[in-house]
Design a protein around this ligand. Structure first.
Ligand code: PLP
Length: 408
């Protein structure tokens, strides 16, 4: 008998998102209303920067030669990319991170899920509500969730994140072992400042907890003094893993490349009390279960650090930010409560009329032909909100704004 992982039965069925996909497919099929403009997309609308495209083309040609062929690469990533990241993303910004603390992977989502391999099932987990759904699902698959009651798992601590607390939740009253923090945040677009992040680092140091800091959107931060890395906070190297991705900075959602930073100061413990560094454990995990990100994608990622690459990333993120800011302005002018759209490609908006997330979605689709994401799909605290993104083209975003002006 093939016995399967029972935890899959515990996964939340996100009926809302399934329903929404069906409704959008039907809308397009019927072709009766206005042509659909997608303001819900969580993907880059491309194209990838020419610096990266060129470097990847060269890498392919190199692999096709006798001298340039490369087989399996290092599981932790090629030295050229680990060195570049250590210098450009950290050391030049005054943060001491060594290349041996950087692990190249095939994107943030995979590393976020795989990290569970090196952490005990006993760990108590805290997530923000609303949240990027993978943080919960990964822990459900691993068995850290407990029982589901009224849409929430009893072993997971949900930290309410809303306008009342400026999207910076209070510390939990119970002790948690793993805390997911995403800043700039998906879905809310909110960013945590230095003081807010320090509160979490201090908590983690006090309780020997681990922070999993997802900074997939750090390249969108423009406001001075907003931390782009958790390691800007003193002591964070003892308690925080940082996960980054080239997906939303270099348009690499399809190319696949990201990295995870695990400082050597973070120590975990076996049940028998033996200490071990998470850096060593992760390296061990990767050598068994991973054969490295492709040479081609790593060459492409490295090109994003060249003078031309930096300029192209800046242009792309500027364009997306400008779309997001225009969306934010539309809702703000109409008297909605809005966060995001500044330092973030996401806009999180709540109407003043008492419409539910789903009602808002339906109204904008039927009256404007614009698709959004109902906030309720990201957690209980998301009810009443919708999420929009700046990832579509400027032309489409401007057209969507024009259509929505009359309705919001
Ligand atoms: N983390 C957050 C907060 C995201 O929004 C996403 C993608 O949308 C990811 C991680 C996954 O990124 P990647 O493409 O690197 O797997």
């Amino acid at each position: 008998m093939i016995r399967v992982n029972d935890n899959f039965q515990e996964l939340p069925a996100v009926y809302l998102f399934t329903q929404i996909s069906r409704i959008l497919a039907q809308y397009k099929e019927k072709n009766e209303g206005l042509p659909l403009i997608r303001m819900d997309i969580g993907d880059i609308s491309g194209p990838i920067p020419s610096s990266a495209a060129h470097a990847m083309k060269e890498a392919v040609e190199e692999l096709a030669t006798k001298e340039g062929f490369k087989g399996y690469g290092p599981e932790q990533g090629y030295q050229f990319l680990r060195d570049l990241i250590a210098v450009k993303d950290y050391q030049q910004r005054g943060i001491e991170i060594d290349p041996t603390e950087i692990f190249i992977g095939d994107g943030a989502k995979c590393d976020l899920g795989n990290l569970g391999d090196i952490l005990s099932k006993e760990c108590k987990v805290a997530v923000m509500d609303p949240t990027y759904p993978a943080y919960i699902d990964d822990n459900v698959i691993d068995g850290r969730e407990g029982k589901l009651k009224d849409g929430k798992y009893n072993r997971i601590t949900y930290l309410k994140s809303n306008f009342e607390n400026n999207f910076s939740p209070d510390l939990p009253t119970d002790v948690v072992d793993m805390i997911y923090i995403c800043s700039p945040n998906n879905p809310t677009g909110a960013v945590m400042n230095y003081t807010e992040l320090k509160k979490w680092v201090d908590y983690a140091r006090k309780h020997k907890s681990l922070i999993i800091f997802d900074s997939a959107y750090e390249a969108y931060v423009r406001t001075p003094h907003i931390p782009r890395s958790i390691y800007e906070i003193p002591g964070a190297k003892e308690v925080a893993i940082e996960i980054r991705s080239f997906s939303k900075t270099g348009g690499f959602t399809g190319v696949r490349c990201g990295y995870t930073v695990i400082p050597k100061e973070i120590v975990g413990y076996y049940q028998d009390g033996q200490p071990v560094t998470l850096n060593a454990l992760w390296s061990r995990r990767q050598t068994t279960k991973f054969n490295g990100a492709s040479y081609i994608s790593q060459k492409g990622a490295a090109a994003l650090y060249s003078e031309k690459g930096v300029k192209e990333v800046r242009e792309m993120t500027d364009r997306i930010l400008s779309n997001a800011t225009n969306l934010r302005n539309l809702f703000e002018k109409a008297g909605w409560k809005v966060t995001g759209g500044i330092d973030s490609p996401y806009v999180w908006a709540k109407n003043p009329y008492g419409w539910s997330s789903r009602e808002t979605f339906d109204k904008l689709l039927s009256e404007c032909g614009v698709s959004t994401t109902p906030g309720a799909g990201f957690g209980e605290e998301g009810e009443g909100y919708i999420r929009l993104t700046g990832f579509n083209s400027k032309e489409n975003t401007d057209a969507a704004i024009k259509r929505m002006e009359k309705v919001v």
